[in-house]
Design a protein around this ligand. Structure first.
Ligand SMILES: NC(=O)c1ccc[n+]([C@@H]2O[C@H](COP(=O)([O-])OP(=O)(O)OC[C@H]3O[C@@H](n4cnc5c(N)ncnc54)[C@H](OP(=O)(O)O)[C@@H]3O)[C@@H](O)[C@H]2O)c1
Length: 292
């Protein structure tokens, strides 16, 4: 188990990517703190995790990530029931599309608030409870970004602005808290079969080609939370780049048990562009390849 006994909080875990990641963390032995605004979804997920993984603790908190008082209360509760936190995943997010000249300004503000202020509040509320005692096992702060950074999609001005914004936020925090035993990383998925992308059709079994299932992201998050990822910091992990590198390796003679040095020299020689994109998180790429 990658995360036995660790304590991990995931925002936006009532459904979608956050839900899948929460289940994956519990499967890997972590106690989990769940957060969203919908109690019914949190209760259902808590019951499922407790049933499937009876040894892990589950704490739920209804909170709006844009409200610092909600988050402070939630993180106090997580720490009282779980203890110091090894990892926090700022995942809650929202999006709407539309022509910019007609787009409702309150909706624009709401998207910016959830996707940027929400991440900031999560960090601020979590900070006192992060387990930063060990430089060989730093606390992890992981954000869910989006491949819309840097690949603009038309009619998503608010969402694009917000996801560009959290990249700046991560870069700032990584420098500001350098030396404090916290690592900051971002997973930037392409399209994922969730309500955010497909509305009520999410999970209907008819996702279009190229759309990922939420649980295809599990390994990214669980590995980044694990001790093996201690040295990965301030990375923007584009799932598209990682998947392209893995596809390339799959067509090669490189064994799946190879170490990162062998994988790196192979990629550097045969696919230098791909190497440049993934070299900052070699240990993760090696892990993803070994599981592919
Ligand atoms: N789906 C994709 O194609 C895709 C691609 C790239 C990145 N992402 C990112 O992935 C993350 C998760 O989205 P998803 O696709 O899993 O969407 P989702 O299925 O709609 O889930 C979003 C989660 O965030 C919660 N949430 C939204 N606003 C919140 C708020 N103000 N306070 C607390 N919780 C809030 C929602 O719960 P409540 O509404 O109950 O609060 C829900 O649990 C987002 O950051 C999104 O931008 C998604």
């Amino acid at each position: 188990m990658l995360l036995k006994g660790k304590n991990v909080v995931i925002t936006g875990s009532g459904r979608g990517i956050g839900r899948a990641v929460a289940i994956a963390c519990a499967r890997e032995g972590a106690n989990v703190g769940l957060m969203s605004r919908t109690i019914e979804e949190l209760n259902t997920l808590r019951d499922k995790i407790k049933n499937d993984y009876p040894d892990v603790k589950v704490v739920i908190a209804v909170a709006d990530v844009t409200k610092i008082d909600d988050q402070t209360k939630a993180f106090t509760q997580y720490s009282e029931e779980l203890g110091k936190l090894n990892g926090v995943i700022a995942n809650a997010g929202w999006s709407r599309m539309g022509d910019s000249h007609e787009f409702d300004s309150d909706k624009f503000a709401a998207i910016i608030n959830i996707n940027i202020l929400g991440v900031f509040n999560t960090f601020k509320a979590a900070y006192p409870y992060l387990n930063t005692a060990n430089k060989n096992n730093k606390a992890r702060f992981i954000t869910t970004g989006s491949a819309i950074y840097p690949n603009i999609m038309v009619k998503f001005a608010a969402y694009a602005a917000s996801k560009f914004g959290v990249v700046g936020l991560q870069k700032e925090l990584a420098i500001e808290y350098k030396g404090k035993n916290i690592s900051f990383n971002m997973v930037l998925p392409t399209m994922v079969d969730t309500r955010l992308l497909r509305g009520s059709k999410a999970g209907d079994g008819n996702k279009p080609p190229g759309v990922m299932s939420p649980n295809e992201l599990d390994d990214y998050y669980t590995f980044l939370l694990s001790e093996q990822a201690n040295l990965i910091n301030n990375q923007l992990i584009q799932t598209f780049d990682a998947q392209e590198a893995i596809k390339f390796l799959q067509k090669s003679s490189i064994d799946k048990t190879s170490d990162w040095d062998s994988i790196a020299s192979f990629l550097q020689e045969k696919s230098p562009k791909s190497f440049e994109k993934v070299k900052g998180y070699g240990a993760l790429l090696k892990f993803l390849y070994s599981r592919s």
